[in-house]
Design a protein around this ligand. Structure first.
Ligand code: ATP
Length: 707
């Protein structure tokens, strides 16, 4: 019997033993009648039994995916079996399967060869030696595959990528999946990083940023179970379709209830806007489809979105908030009835003294309540019942009138005041206005006048809200994930920092995919500088797991030529077809697209994207393909679900997604301007196995047409 056969047999036996133990525990739990009564203690016990039943039933299908033989210094060698959920043996004394998030399981991911290794446990650093790292595929209780990625016995004992490459070669369906069995060391480091840190992650396309962020949430919930709750964690994602695309990973990891939304949806809810400002799809269209808007301009223009997302604007609002506080109390005494007076000085004393540490809207509320109490005390001193009645009536009217003299501290009203939308401003703002670029000021004022709030105004509105009001604990988070963070502004992150405890952020993105030039960041330093040095850690992920080597090398060349960046992806050694570079004309375009669809139509692949430059192009192509009898989905930015199969979409909406094959159409100078290299890079890097590029007569300089 060779080594492989004996390993397989050994694992088959061990699997039988593990399944028998899990089945026995499950049976025992199922034999306990389900409690349906009203006793609270019994209900709690029943809930925990139900949770165990659910977990054991899940483990009974695929109990583990890896084995690590670890010999702790001066202790016996222990084969550790690692799975998505931890399971003890029948008597509950020994671990049968170790949860992938447990400290010791980190060895499975961080071990990269060598004689000694260590891991961080709650009791300190544990040292020892690894003699075997084995990947085990179990599907529906059957052992399918055993691959040793490290063995001390091997001739060249190094950790190999064999299993990873096997996994990456699989076809994907229309959902992102968990990667617990193949998390790489550099990804593991991010997943297990300390909770109270603002992690900033620059990761090349396909480096697993989104996936890693989702695994990190599962890890944090496991590691800090006493301190955090799933409902108080949030993922900010670019659109609802993307949220649908990632929706299976967390349930696969046994995690539910984490909030997932766009920043605009969440912000509009907090501020109480009736409609969510149109983001993305409309804004993007205007920008990407309007060639004229950029033509010829060399210097960077002032983009209102960049300005309103800047720390400079935040600082202006800090000054504005100080002004609001200083000018909030009306310049008059309060007279509940003739002859009785509460001076403004006294009112100011309350406002500035006792209530000083409350946010201004709360202070206003407190002061008005105090005035009301003062009135009631004074009323008691009335000389007669008739006088009391008369005074009471007057006081009621005057209290109302006096309250109206106070400014409206609703954040939208404050913002409108800053842009002088109202005739009689509550606060003097001329000096502040002078600091806002005129074009931005005018555009914003016009838009607010029409009753419109734009997406780029949301950070400021939230900031005014958070500055003026006491934040309800229901509004604050235990952890915030920001995906595609290169399209976020520093101000957005700064304002989110007000809504999270301990700067607990996972901020991920890729500057090479920063296609929303009019609002995103240019350097990660713009985000890092928001935090003190000890509050933030920066990681760079450079290995790309999604695409074949051929695709990554091609996409890298686009970046090298078009952007001159050094943020290039390093491929995992997985080879596939050369990139299909085809000259296309209006006449043969559909025929070439059909060629690119072959494997999907034959059932070998499950997803193909045809990427156009604009939404209008996508609509036209969608119609043409549908007329040929193909079943094609048009993705237009308004969709909330991603169905897989053949999709036609503008390239800018493909961000974050991936497809077995990608066909990029219209790659010519008319559709791709010199500044669109990043956009093309995004398109190319969506492909897992095949990339087809249909270029026209005049391809931009950054497009290689021969390989
Ligand atoms: N360690 C890993 N093992 C197996 N697959 C992995 C691993 N890391 C990432 N992947 C796969 O690589 C692909 C890309 O992952 P993901 O979408 O999370 O990357 P990303 O960095 O967010 O990409 P992009 O910025 O290009 O949208 C996914 O199919 C994911 O399953």
């Amino acid at each position: 019997m060779d080594d492989f056969q004996s390993a397989y047999q050994e694992e088959e036996q061990r699997l039988g033993h593990a399944l028998a133990s899990i089945d026995a525990q499950l049976q025992q739990l199922r034999s306990i009648p389900v409690y349906v009564g009203d006793d609270f203690t019994e209900q709690t016990l029943e809930a925990s039994r139900e949770e165990r039943r659910r977990k054991l039933a899940q483990s009974a299908q695929e109990p583990y995916f890896g084995r690590l033989d670890f010999e702790e210094t001066d202790k016996e060698l222990m084969p550790l079996y690692i799975g998505k959920l931890g399971v003890s043996n029948v008597d509950g004394q020994q671990p049968l399967v170790i949860d992938w998030r447990a400290p010791i399981a980190s060895l499975f991911y961080s071990f990269t060869g060598g004689n000694s290794t260590s891991y961080e446990a709650p009791e300190g650093l544990i040292e020892g030696k690894v003699s075997l790292k084995r990947n085990i595929v179990i599907r529906q209780r059957e052992l399918e595959r055993v691959v040793d990625t490290f063995s001390e016995q091997a001739d060249t004992p190094v950790v190999s990528d064999e299993f990873l490459v096997y996994r990456l070669g699989e076809n994907k369906d229309n959902r992102l999946r968990d990667i617990v069995s193949t998390i790489q060391a550099e990804q593991d480091q991010i997943i297990r990083a300390m909770k109270n840190t603002a992690l900033i992650i620059q990761g090349v396309a396909g480096s697993g940023k989104t996936t890693v962020a989702l695994h990190r949430l599962a890890y944090l919930l496991y590691q800090y179970k006493e301190q955090i709750r799933a409902e108080r964690m949030v993922i900010f994602a670019p659109n609802m379709m993307f949220i649908d695309y990632i929706s299976e990973v967390l349930p696969e990891l046994g995690v539910g209830d984490i909030q997932q939304c766009t920043f605009a949806d969440w912000a509009a809810k907090v501020i109480g806007l009736e409609t969510v400002p149109s983001d993305g799809s409309l804004g993007l269209r205007r920008w990407f489809d309007d060639e004229a808007r950029n033509a010829g301009s060399q210097a960077e223009p002032i983009y209102p979105g960049r300005y309103k997302g800047s720390i400079e604007f935040k600082e202006l609002l800090d000054d504005y908030l100080l002004r609001i506080e200083a000018e909030c109390v009306p310049q008059l005494d309060f007279e509940p009835w003739d002859g009785k007076r509460l001076s403004r000085n006294e009112i100011m004393e309350w406002f500035e003294g006792e209530y000083k540490y409350y946010p201004v809207a709360r202070r206003k509320e407190r002061v008005l309540a105090r005035i009301h109490r003062w009135v009631e005390m004074e009323l008691k001193k009335s000389p007669s019942a008739a006088a009391l009645k008369e005074r009471k009536k007057k006081a009621q009217q005057r209290e109302k009138a006096y309250a109206k003299k106070w400014p409206d501290l609703d954040s939208l009203q404050l913002y409108r005041n800053l842009f002088q939308v109202k005739k009689n401003a509550d606060f003097a703002v001329e000096d502040l206005q002078a600091r806002i670029p005129t074009a931005v000021w005018k555009e914003t004022k016009d838009s607010l006048k029409k009753g419109n709030v734009q997406e780029e105004d949301l950070a400021a509105l939230l900031y005014l809200y958070a500055g003026a009001n006491e934040l309800d604990s229901k509004l604050t988070f235990d952890h915030i994930v920001i995906d595609e963070a290169q399209d976020f502004s520093p101000f957005q992150v700064a304002v989110l920092d007000r809504f999270v405890r301990g700067h607990s952020f996972t901020i991920l993105g890729d500057l090479s995919q920063g296609i929303h030039y009019y609002k995103g960041i240019r350097e990660w330093q713009e985000m890092q500088s928001l935090f003190a040095e000890e509050e933030t850690v920066y990681y760079a992920l450079t290995r790309s797991y999604r695409s074949t080597m051929e695709i990554i090398e091609y996409a890298n060349e686009v970046l090298r030529r078009g952007v001159g960046t050094d943020l290039l992806a390093v491929p995992v050694f997985r080879s596939g077809d050369p990139v299909h570079l085809l000259h296309a004309s209006e006449e043969n375009k559909l025929a070439l697209i059909r060629q690119g669809l072959t494997k999907l139509l034959e059932g070998q692949y499950r997803t193909t994207a045809i990427l156009t430059r604009t939404l209008d192009d996508a609509k036209i192509l969608h119609e043409a393909l549908a007329a040929e009898g193909l079943s094609v989905n048009l993705i237009d930015g308004e969709m909330t679900q991603y169905a897989g199969g053949i999709s036609v979409l503008p390239v800018y909406l493909s961000k974050g997604l991936e497809f077995d094959t990608v066909i990029v159409t219209d790659v010519d100078a008319e559709h791709y301007r010199p500044q669109d290299a990043k956009l093309l890079y995004v398109g190319c890097t969506r492909a897992l196995h095949e990339l087809w590029l249909l270029y026209g007569d005049h391809a931009p300089d950054y497009v290689v047409t021969e390989v």
